[in-house]
Design a protein around this ligand. Structure first.
Ligand code: CO8
Length: 259
């Protein structure tokens, strides 16, 4: 697949979507979102078991929404732009396979929001995170106020958003914004290592776990527990459940087919 603003790599069971806008540190313009939307619409969740999202180059993951495109927008145009980005990020969050953000540098504004729409975030030791929007006279517009507060707690999210402070990788780790920090040269290896660990497990079970965790995020605890029980039961309809348990009892490796 050829895109202007994405570089796609497709390995055996793992795909990589690399945002690529070298002149603007991979900033998100309308056409980046068009490419992303198209790629996600055509993403084959049966063929690929994990998607890795990263940025092109060694300096930035994504340096935010494209400020030159936003500068002269009116209210309705800005709402349209924000809604488009938010919808694409929601599509990513709801993709039927796990998504790993490999944050390889600046993840500011829309870049931090992109990383937060992924299931798992790891970053390089030179990564920097922040929601600097209030310094530009706006607020996060691709669901940053929604996801940051849920990820790191309301108090920390408010502090980061009100101050617009840019934090380093170790601070992002400390507050739970990322799961792991690795040397930059090892970032993609580590992302693939994680992706392979996930891909080795029963794909339908992994997908079911993602569906559960996403859906239960804002459910009442009783409803969430009931939801998990239903999805747990459905796992027993799959060939992979029979295979996983049989292999354990026969003391051999599993071969999961995703059925
Ligand atoms: N948009 C457009 N161009 C950008 C962006 C951006 N977000 N970030 C960097 N660039 C461009 C620079 O203008 C520069 O272009 P040129 O070479 O033509 O001058 C090039 O990329 C390289 O950048 P710098 O020279 O600035 O590189 P530095 O190493 O000096 O600095 C920084 C790197 C710190 C990342 C710096 O570029 C920076 O601060 N960038 C802006 C970061 C930012 O504020 N991001 C948030 C943007 S707002 C946002 O994301 C809101 C999301 C919600 C939108 C809702 C829609 C309504």
């Amino acid at each position: 697949m050829e895109y202007t603003y994405l570089k796609i790599e497709e390995h055996d069971q793992i795909a990589v979507m690399k945002v690529s806008a070298p002149k603007t540190l991979n900033a998100l313009c309308t056409d980046v979102f068009k490419d992303m939307d198209d790629y996600l619409n055509h993403f084959d969740c049966n063929k690929f078991r994990v998607l890795i999202v990263t940025g092109d180059g060694d300096k930035a993951f994504v340096a935010g929404a494209d400020i030159s495109e936003m500068a002269n927008l009116g209210m309705l145009q800005a709402q349209t732009f924000g809604a488009r980005g938010a919808a694409v990020f929601r599509k990513l969050e709801q993709l039927y396979v796990p998504v790993i953000a490999a944050v390889n540098g600046f993840a500011l504004g829309g870049g931090c929001e992109l990383a937060m729409a992924c299931d798992i975030r790891i970053c390089s030791d030179n990564a920097k995170f922040g929601q600097p929007e209030v310094g530009l006279g706006i607020i996060p517009g691709f669901s940053g106020t929604v996801r940051l507060a849920r990820l790191v707690g309301q108090g920390m999210a408010k502090q980061l958003i009100y101050t617009g402070k840019v934090i380093k990788a170790d601070e992002a780790l400390r507050i739970g914004l990322v799961n792991e920090v690795v040397p930059q040269a090892e970032l993609m290896n580590r992302a693939f290592e994680l992706a392979n660990q996930i891909a080795a497990n029963a794909p339908l079970a992994v997908k079911a776990a993602k569906l559960c965790i996403n859906a239960e995020w804002d459910m009442h605890v009783d409803e969430a527990i009931q939801n998990e029980s239903i999805i747990f039961g459905r796992c027993f309809l799959t060939e992979d459940q029979k295979e996983g348990m049989k292999a354990f009892l026969e003391k051999r490796k599993t071969t999961f087919v995703g059925k």
